[in-house]
Design a protein around this ligand. Structure first.
Ligand SMILES: *[C@@H]1O[C@H](CO)[C@@H](O)[C@H](O)[C@H]1NC(C)=O
Ligand SMILES: *[C@@H]1O[C@H](CO)[C@@H](O)[C@H](O)[C@H]1NC(C)=O
Ligand SMILES: *[C@@H]1O[C@H](CO)[C@@H](O)[C@H](O)[C@H]1NC(C)=O
Ligand SMILES: *[C@@H]1O[C@H](CO)[C@@H](O)[C@H](O)[C@H]1NC(C)=O
Ligand SMILES: *[C@@H]1O[C@H](CO)[C@@H](O)[C@H](O)[C@H]1NC(C)=O
Ligand SMILES: *[C@@H]1O[C@H](CO)[C@@H](O)[C@H](O)[C@H]1NC(C)=O
Ligand SMILES: *[C@@H]1O[C@H](CO)[C@@H](O)[C@H](O)[C@H]1NC(C)=O
Length: 658
């Protein structure tokens, strides 16, 4: 169920004259979207950047991977970000045909002055925007197309489509980042009819996001395409399609399935002449986005500060250096001295010098709010500089006020904000540098998770809990983090956890008080159901994310990992629940912990985690309760309810109507 108010904006009929698979000469246009609300001035820099971008996309369209992304423009205000994706089965030449058609037609015919545009052909997709669209899972705007011919046995067909597509998801999502995220499969529907199915993501997505995108798309199949001989769901980041005629080049090696059935179906047969398909195009939009800039900023803001150590310094060396560094903190950053905004202001020249002009070598990682760079100040202090890419929704004075507020939040389990810089177009946040990167880089790496023995993990759980408690209750303000996850937990030289990226909603002027938001900042899997689906956030949505984190720390697996049991595939939440309710909770534990753990502490943590991930926010404990439970075994814990399973539900038997 997606909580979208869907309005049918447009209904267009297309004739698909024939599905030619042998000749790939003319790409078949399907639709385009471009908002007339963001336009550029003819002969402007944006236009010339766009021209260069399209040229570079077109000239890179023979790449084996069938995908390319590029950015043209130095100035963020006139930069154009673009990409194309060819259907995974196309040859490089066919891909090039489609991309060069797309790059020409989009500006000449469809979107001559629009800054943000997307065009789909059967063979490829092209999109560009004035903001970065890479590595971000986007599911808006979305399109549904369906084959107008009816199918016999609609229920069975729909089920088969959903199951087949779901089976393809891991094949596409698990592909390495340098490979196509693409999979197809043929299955028999009746003796005479074969179902052809396809899933594909843009390869810049992470496996997690690709998985999420495709599963979302599959959930929508009943909405659009029930009862029909075929359907497609197209998101900017991924696409799914199924038909009873072949619409892609079938892999040379046919699956050897010895099955009874008299009529062999020649796989590469073009569809019969009467199989002209009429497609209806339904444009579904989020009502919330009908006005304003039409391209959404999406749920998944991946990897906020993921601090990658670029220098191959040994652990002890780092440790020595950073110890020294902390001694040399300039006075102006001392907690007691933060009274004025001036004391926090750095000038751009200093930061440019510290980061070697934001050189690529200094880049630590990227995130939803901007890139992060490592810097070294003249006094040799190491810093992390977040270069904000999004424009915040507020003026300079408000921005400074919020910085002051966030800088005053100081706790040993929070990454400290040292200052900021605001000059010209640059908006920078300066943080203390954390030498040991982020929790995820230990927890989910097989060679490094050993460093996290049980006592370290327990200490990390406690530290995170204390950091969140401080944000929720102990600071003068109530700060809801909204994006707690393993890569937002940084580790200092002694492996103490420090929460990063808190207060970003304030700094960006997004809704600050508890309630409902249209701008969901967060990461799928860590977001509570009410936040992910309805934008409702509260301290209890952070508690949910904390519960997820604890389960990850205990199991050493990501929340989206799947567990195979005899009958079903389970996600981490259901798996934990199953074992807890069977009294086998210790099964969940990361095998690298072996016998180093304390049975009591582990049981306590699993119990607390399950209390945190309960569906009803009111049933979840507060952070203060959690600290209490962690501190004392004698507290009797409530029995948790089964957690919400909304993450990877395989098929939705009923049609979502919203
Ligand atoms: C954009 O298009 C809509 C619908 O076609 C139209 O009502 C609106 O006036 C247009 N806006 C601009 C700025 O051209
Ligand atoms: C843009 O440039 C072209 C050729 O340089 C010129 O013909 C055209 O009039 C210009 N358009 C505008 C709006 O300035
Ligand atoms: C591909 O794109 C790059 C810029 O990213 C450009 O320099 C190059 O000329 C393009 N064409 C080919 C064939 O690589
Ligand atoms: C292409 O996308 C990746 C992220 O997937 C990004 O890091 C890279 O900078 C992009 N390339 C260009 C030329 O913008
Ligand atoms: C994109 O362009 C629109 C309209 O010109 C503008 O409001 C928006 O801020 C721009 N976005 C970025 C990231 O520059
Ligand atoms: C895909 O990845 C998941 C989790 O990493 C793993 O359990 C599964 O076996 C993989 N599937 C394939 C087909 O490789
Ligand atoms: C589908 O049916 C054909 C012929 O009836 C058979 O050769 C083929 O193995 C079947 N495929 C599957 C996947 O069952």
């Amino acid at each position: 169920m997606v909580s979208l108010s869907i309005s049918m904006v447009n209904l267009v009929l297309f004739w698909l004259s024939f599905l030619s698979l042998t000749s790939e000469a003319v790409p078949s246009y399907r639709f385009h979207i471009c908002s007339n609300e963001t336009t550029f001035i003819p002969n402007s820099t944006y236009q010339s950047n766009l021209k260069d971008l399209l040229l570079s996309l077109s000239s890179n369209s023979t790449r084996e991977i069938g995908f390319y992304n590029n950015t043209v423009g130095q100035n963020p205000e006139t930069s154009v970000y673009g990409l194309f994706l060819c259907r995974g089965d196309l040859t490089p030449d066919a891909c090039q045909d489609c991309v060069s058609t797309a790059t020409n037609e989009i500006v000449q015919q469809y979107c001559p002055v629009e800054k943000v545009a997307m065009i789909w052909y059967d063979e490829c997709m092209l999109r560009y925007s004035n903001r970065s669209i890479f590595s971000v899972m986007e599911d808006q705007p979305r399109k549904y197309l369906w084959n107008v011919l009816d199918i016999t046995e609609p229920d069975r067909f729909l089920k088969l489509a959903q199951t087949t597509l779901s089976d393809l998801v891991p094949l596409a999502a698990n592909a390495s980042s340098a490979a196509k995220k693409f999979a197809t499969k043929e299955v028999n529907f009746t003796v005479l009819q074969t179902m052809y199915s396809l899933v594909q993501c843009t390869p810049d997505l992470s496996s997690f996001d690709c998985n999420r995108c495709l599963r979302e798309a599959i959930k929508n199949v009943p909405t659009c395409c029930s009862g029909k001989q075929g359907g497609r769901v197209m998101y900017p980041s991924c696409t799914i399609r199924y038909e009873v005629s072949p619409f892609y080049q079938i892999k040379a090696v046919a699956p050897p399935v010895p099955a009874p059935g008299p009529t062999p179906i020649p796989l590469l047969l073009p569809p019969p002449p009467d199989a002209k398909l009429i497609y209806q195009l339904l444009i579904l939009q989020c009502r919330a986005r009908k006005s304003g800039i039409s391209w959404p900023i999406i749920l998944a803001i991946v990897a906020s500060i993921s601090v990658l150590a670029l220098l191959a310094l040994s652990y002890y060396f780092l440790r020595r250096r950073t110890k020294k560094k902390y001694n040399s903190l300039p006075d102006k950053n001392a907690a007691s001295d933060i009274t004025t905004i001036e004391s926090l202001q750095f000038d751009l020249a200093t930061i440019q010098a510290a980061t070697n002009k934001f050189s690529d070598d200094n880049r630590l990682g990227g995130g939803g709010f901007g890139e992060v760079y490592k810097g070294i100040l003249l006094n040799r202090q190491e810093i992390a500089v977040k270069r904000l890419s999004e424009s915040s929704g507020q003026g300079v004075e408000e921005f400074k006020n919020e910085i002051l507020v966030v800088a005053k939040l100081q706790h040993r389990n929070l990454v400290r904000l040292l200052g900021f810089c605001l000059e010209g177009k640059e908006k920078l946040l300066i943080y203390e540098f954390m030498p040991n990167k982020s929790l995820d880089q230990f927890l989910f790496e097989s060679d490094k998770k050993k460093i996290l023995d049980w006592s370290r993990r327990y200490k990390i759980i406690e530290g995170i809990a204390r950091g969140i408690l401080y944000l929720h209750e102990d600071s003068q303000l109530r700060i809801i983090h909204r994006d707690l996850k393993a890569n937002n937990i940084l580790l200092d030289e002694d492996m103490n956890p420090k929460i990063s990226d808190f207060g970003m909603a304030r700094i960006f002027g997004v809704d600050q008080i508890e309630g409902k938001t249209k701008k969901v900042i967060g990461t799928y899997g860590y977001m509570s159901p009410e936040y992910a689906m309805h934008g409702q956030f509260s301290v209890k949505s952070d508690v949910y994310s904390f519960g997820v984190l604890v389960l990850e720390i205990l199991s050493g697996n990501k929340i989206n990992s799947l567990y195979q049991s005899e009958t079903t595939t389970k996600d981490l939440l259901s798996y934990a629940w199953e074992h807890w309710s069977n009294g086998t909770a210790l099964e969940l534990l990361d095998p690298t912990l072996r016998d180093s753990y304390s049975r009591n502490e582990v049981n306590q943590c699993i119990h607390i985690a399950l209390l945190c991930v309960q569906e009803n926010p009111a049933d979840r404990p507060t952070m203060a309760n959690i600290i209490l439970m962690l501190d004392s075994y004698s507290v009797t814990l409530k029995t948790p309810q089964q957690p919400a399973v909304f993450i990877l539900s395989k098929t939705e038997p009923t049609t979502p109507t919203e």
